[in-house]
Design a protein around this ligand. Sequence first.
Ligand code: HEC
Ligand code: HEC
Ligand code: HEC
Ligand code: HEC
Ligand code: HEC
Ligand code: HEC
Ligand code: HEC
Ligand code: HEC
Ligand code: HEC
Ligand code: HEC
Ligand code: HEC
Ligand code: HEC
Ligand code: HEC
Length: 450
Amino acid sequence: MTTQDLKLPVVALFFAGLFMVLSGMPAQAETADTGCITAQCHSTLGKVKFTHGPIVDGECETCHGTSANHAKNPKNNKFKPVENVAAKCYECHDQFEKKKFTHAPIEDGECIVCHDPHGSPNKFQLKSKGAEICYECHDSEIVGGTFVHGPAAVGGCIACHEPHVSDNAKNLRAAGSDLCYMCHVDKAEAIGKAAFVHKPVKEDCVGCHNPHSAPKEFFLQASSPELCLGCHKDKKEQLSKVTVKHGALERDKSCLNCHDAHMSQIAKNLTMEPMDLCLSCHDREYKRDKGKNVMNITAWLKDNTEHHGPIKQKDCSGCHDPHGSENFRILRNYYPETFYKGFDIENYKLCFSCHEKTVALNEQTTKLTNFRNGNTNLHFLHVNKAVKGRTCRACHETHASNFPKHIREAVPFGAWDLPLNFEKTETGGSCAPGCHKIKEYDRTKKVINK
Ligand code: HEC
Ligand code: HEC
Ligand code: HEC
Ligand code: HEC
Ligand code: HEC
Ligand code: HEC
Ligand code: HEC
Ligand code: HEC
Ligand code: HEC
Ligand code: HEC
Ligand code: HEC
Ligand code: HEC
Ligand code: HEC
């Protein structure tokens, strides 16, 4: 003890009826007449900043019992150790209310593992400061991760944990996400206002964040995508199977390129409206060393004003699986990559997930399609061939075109961009493609092309 400490004023509370605040006087002076604290005996008691009430009052016997001869001959007349310490404490302090969870040392009556029964330099007569007390029994490894949460780093364990009893598991001061909201008020507010909240965020932040420390930034157990795939097993399985990966998952923040981890105003926790999201990246061309480059869709949609239905509905995911696929161009269903393909209805699964497949199955029709000459279904004629069936791409653009029914201006045929020269009329139309000379069709009056 330093002289500095001795000079410290001691603020004491007297039980003996009068209530006095002493200042500038060491506690020793007041307790001396009890006979226990003298210059020779127990001189250190009562001099620390946080002295226990009964010590201030010189009530040694309340806890230690009496021993008439102790003062005369202390060596031979020792006090018996204080038995059943907790029961003693409870003589003056209310028992801790029964709650669902009791911290093990409380159960065991070990009050004095944490509290000094006489006094200490720390508030509540704690034997040491902050987390030190906890590390008497718990492993300090919990704050050993590379990224340490502020309150845990500075030993603020009891900001989150009740040291004695609690209604919440792990002796927490609040359950689930409410614990975090005690301090992260801005997050609570933002999540409260969001239209869509990620389910584990509603439940418990610790599903992703370690409250103490972790190897990853923001005290995350893992980074995206591993973090996400830890719970999203179906996605994990899907991703393990995809042969065409989406570049968006492969770079930067992976899943978080598109999803917010916590909440959003947009369904599926997307960071932007779905189509805006796609176009936030596909507003440029991606050049590839191998294979076809990935074109600039924003520019294409701007230059071609006849947009395909799902694009009008702003639904790129109707055809593409943003998470990857077994089909080229991450398409949700099979669609031929080539100009020709022997007919099989399965080849057009993509288109027929929204359109009527009869358009390619019925040779004659009066209503299934407008692409007919009289009753001859020209879709059937072109598409439904065992060899060299023309695929839809031979005539249609998928995203947009400047022609009605989003017919193509031209279609890549090997190295040549084969023009279609489509003209539409009231009851039919004509084309003069690189495939054959100009041919016309008319739904009301069958045209005989020469
Ligand atoms: C609130 C109960 C309580 C009061 C009041 C109390 N003691 Fe103690 N005292 C204890 C307990 C419990 C221990 C055992 C501490 C341990 O095992 O760490 C103890 C231990 C001691 C010891 C053994 C050495 C040590 O410090 O561990 C001495 C000496 C002692 N007390 C003196 C006193 C004197 C003198 C007073 C009055 C000024 C006093 N005590 C008042 C509870 C009390
Ligand atoms: C003889 C009665 C008595 C006994 C027995 C007793 N205390 Fe106290 N305790 C007091 C008084 C009086 C105070 C001062 C109350 C105040 O300042 O509000 C106090 C204060 C405390 C405080 C600080 C509370 C605060 O709000 O600052 C703690 C912690 C404490 N006691 C723990 C214990 C423990 C642990 C035991 C058992 C080892 C124990 N007490 C036994 C009377 C007792
Ligand atoms: C694991 C350490 C630990 C144990 C064991 C422990 N306490 Fe505490 N106690 C604390 C801490 C830390 C605080 C101050 C925390 C706070 O603000 O709630 C405290 C505060 C107190 C207080 C004052 C504030 C209050 O909550 O009323 C009393 C009285 C008290 N303890 C009594 C006891 C008694 C009696 C026992 C044994 C039955 C006990 N403590 C066991 C750590 C402990
Ligand atoms: C005297 C030893 C001791 C001290 C000191 C101590 N604890 Fe504990 N604590 C235990 C024991 C024993 C358990 C039970 C461990 C178990 O069940 O695996 C426990 C359990 C816990 C648990 C988990 C409860 C659960 O349900 O799994 C938390 C949280 C905890 N302690 C926090 C603290 C904090 C915070 C401190 C410091 C204020 C602290 N402990 C100080 C002994 C201690
Ligand atoms: C920000 C709040 C917060 C702080 C600060 C905090 N904890 Fe925890 N602690 C928790 C939560 C939440 C859990 C439960 C974790 C879970 O269920 O996975 C927990 C669990 C524990 C457990 C139980 C074992 C485990 O890992 O599940 C112990 C022991 C523990 N904490 C000790 C401490 C100690 C010691 C400190 C101070 C260094 C501390 N805690 C600081 C929130 C906190
Ligand atoms: C006792 C107050 C308190 C509680 C409770 C609390 N935190 Fe914190 N948290 C802080 C403080 C202080 C910081 C540091 C703020 C800073 O650096 O800007 C912080 C930082 C963070 C950060 C890093 C933020 C950043 O921008 O670097 C995350 C993530 C975090 N807390 C998550 C949680 C979670 C999850 C919980 C609940 C298990 C929680 N916190 C409970 C006080 C708290
Ligand atoms: C599904 C996992 C998950 C859950 C559950 C979760 N977080 Fe996060 N949290 C993250 C990820 C991932 C980041 C990093 C964000 C980034 O890089 O964009 C993060 C970042 C943070 C940050 C720092 C950056 C920021 O956004 O301010 C805070 C603070 C935070 N989380 C608090 C919370 C709180 C509070 C809860 C519970 C209400 C919670 N988190 C629940 C995954 C989660
Ligand atoms: C702790 C487990 C857990 C983690 C980690 C997790 N999620 Fe989730 N996620 C869920 C649960 C549970 C649901 C709700 C599923 C349901 O309702 O079918 C969900 C739903 C979703 C949804 C659908 C939301 C909706 O409205 O249908 C998306 C998108 C999502 N999570 C993305 C992510 C991303 C991205 C990550 C990584 C940053 C992630 N999740 C990490 C558990 C988790
Ligand atoms: C390129 C943007 C993008 C990326 C990157 C992305 N997602 Fe999605 N995700 C979406 C869109 C758009 C939807 C909604 C459309 C749909 O249902 O497929 C969605 C839907 C979901 C859903 C809910 C519906 C479902 O398919 O089960 C989950 C869960 C999900 N994503 C998880 C993830 C995970 C985990 C990752 C990282 C491995 C991830 N996402 C990466 C755009 C993305
Ligand atoms: C974060 C940026 C980003 C977002 C958002 C994004 N993508 Fe991509 N996308 C990429 C990258 C990067 C590639 C790969 C480019 C490369 O190969 O160099 C790619 C490739 C593609 C491909 C070609 C796949 C292949 O291998 O042939 C399609 C199709 C595609 N994205 C569609 C979409 C759709 C639909 C959305 C919205 C749901 C979307 N993207 C959102 C970055 C993004
Ligand atoms: C009707 C189905 C459908 C919709 C809706 C759709 N796509 Fe596509 N997308 C395709 C098909 C089919 C291909 C392959 C085209 C080809 O190879 O000729 C493709 C190719 C692509 C490519 C690669 C282009 C290239 O060849 O370089 C990108 C990027 C792409 N789509 C992004 C988008 C975006 C962004 C949206 C929403 C604005 C969208 N897609 C909507 C069917 C669709
Ligand atoms: C996600 C659903 C969906 C898929 C997949 C889809 N379409 Fe469409 N398609 C539509 C919708 C919706 C319209 C608009 C219908 C309307 O306006 O009456 C449309 C319109 C069309 C039209 C113009 C019809 C008209 O009357 O203007 C053509 C041609 C067309 N689609 C061809 C295709 C082809 C070829 C494929 C396969 C590559 C395909 N579609 C895949 C939903 C889809
Ligand atoms: C040889 C060129 C050609 C091929 C190949 C072709 N279409 Fe068409 N399609 C047309 C023409 C031309 C129209 C416009 C008919 C009209 O309105 O006069 C059309 C119209 C459509 C329409 C609008 C509704 C209707 O039938 O009038 C849909 C849907 C459609 N095609 C889907 C497909 C699908 C799916 C494929 C592939 C399985 C396909 N087309 C292949 C030329 C073609």
